[in-house]
Design a protein around this ligand. Structure first.
Ligand SMILES: Cc1cc2nc3c(=O)[nH]c(=O)nc-3n(C[C@H](O)[C@H](O)[C@H](O)COP(=O)(O)OP(=O)(O)OC[C@H]3O[C@@H](n4cnc5c(N)ncnc54)[C@H](O)[C@@H]3O)c2cc1C
Length: 320
């Protein structure tokens, strides 16, 4: 890690689409800003970012390399490192990196994203982001007309199967350990030509560099090219405990997030969040937009504080 000053107007924790967009807004507003990034964006295993206007298909690492360059162009600092702790310290915040280096900031923007937790089925993690997929908008087009298996994890899996049948005529729904299908859901799947295979799944069958099938506990193998599965999405927020912030269950039941208002303000004054750490469903475009909006809000907040301080100083000078 190089180039980190002792203090900044804003420290951005996490340098994905949300964090870099926030930093860009702040650096262009002539705020001193540092982005501290552990370098593991959520979509790292994917070949390309899809559905992001003007950049469709760009490799995730290339998009972020461009973003870092843009932030640096305006004087922002982007450094590699992992934040281990953050605490309020008087009127500012102290951010402590793994290894002990500390940096101060007047405001914090937390954009650390989330962790995708997958069911404990051998092969899922290994193939995640390639032929194990979760999101029809991220990689649905790429798996169109392939033999798709949907591994059920809960009630949302039926919806996932309905989404993927829009993309392929050959979709199999594996009930795995999910609750039995309701009559209504079973009828929807049947009506749309999605076949249902009951029983727990033991593992994915992998041949060479591709999935070849889904093996059930009873030994049957159903040939498949692609498996869709919903992850449990858990905000990366463990280091926020010292600020009194923590991830809580998301109303969707799909994971845990750090709650915030529409502008990204958390329950702790001076700490904003943006991107997947608060909005579990945000794709790259929405994450970037939320980061930019939070950056603008933070700058506005600092402008107001600077004006208050200037007025107080002016009055004091006039009275003295
Ligand atoms: C396999 C896969 C494919 C996807 N494909 C697409 C797609 O095609 N199109 C699309 O729009 N969306 C896609 N997404 C969704 C996309 O990944 C997210 O929308 C996006 O990454 C969210 O951006 P973010 O900035 O909130 O978080 P992230 O991109 O996850 O960035 C967070 C950053 O914070 C860092 N960080 C975490 N903790 C710390 C810490 N303590 N200290 C410092 N840094 C830390 C991480 O290392 C990471 O670099 C995909 C997701 C997955 C899982």
């Amino acid at each position: 890690m190089t180039g980190l000053q002792d203090s900044y107007d804003v420290v951005v924790i996490g340098g994905g689409a949300a964090g870099l967009s926030g930093a860009l807004m702040l650096a262009r507003s002539r705020r001193s800003v540092a982005v501290i990034d552990a370098g593991a964006p959520r979509n790292a295993p994917a070949d390309g970012v899809h559905g992001f206007l003007g950049h469709d298909g760009i490799p995730p690492a290339d998009l972020l390399a461009r973003g870092r360059e843009e932030v640096r162009r305006y004087g922002g600092h982007v450094v590699s490192g992992e934040v281990a702790d953050a605490v309020a310290d008087g009127e500012s915040f102290k951010v402590v990196l793994a290894g002990g280096r500390a940096v101060r900031a007047r405001r914090l923007l937390v954009t650390t994203g989330l962790e995708d937790r997958l069911p404990d089925v051998p092969g899922l993690r290994e193939r995640w982001g390639r032929d194990v997929v979760h999101c029809p908008y991220c990689h649905g087009w790429e798996v169109r007309e392939r033999r798709i298996g949907v591994l059920a994890t809960g009630p949302a899996s039926v919806h996932q199967a309905l989404m993927f049948q829009q993309l392929s005529d050959d979709v199999v729904y594996f009930t795995h350990t999910a609750a039995p299908l309701s009559g209504e859901d079973a009828e929807k799947l049947a009506a749309l030509g999605v076949s249902v295979v009951g029983g727990p799944v033991r593992a994915l069958e992998i041949g060479g560099d591709a999935i070849t099938g889904v093996r059930l506990e009873d030994g049957r193998v159903v040939e498949r090219d692609v498996v869709a599965v919903a992850s449990r999405m858990v905000a990366r927020a463990g280091f926020l405990g010292g600020l009194g912030l923590r991830a809580v269950e998301h109303p969707s039941g799909g994971g845990e997030h750090v709650p915030a208002d529409a502008a990204g303000r958390t329950a702790v004054a001076g700490v904003w969040v943006a991107g997947n750490v608060t909005d579990l469903m945000a794709q790259v475009g929405a994450s970037a937009a939320a980061g930019a909006a939070a950056g603008a809000q933070i700058n506005g907040d600092l402008v107001a504080e600077d004006a208050r301080r200037a007025v107080a100083a002016r009055r004091e000078a006039a009275s003295g």
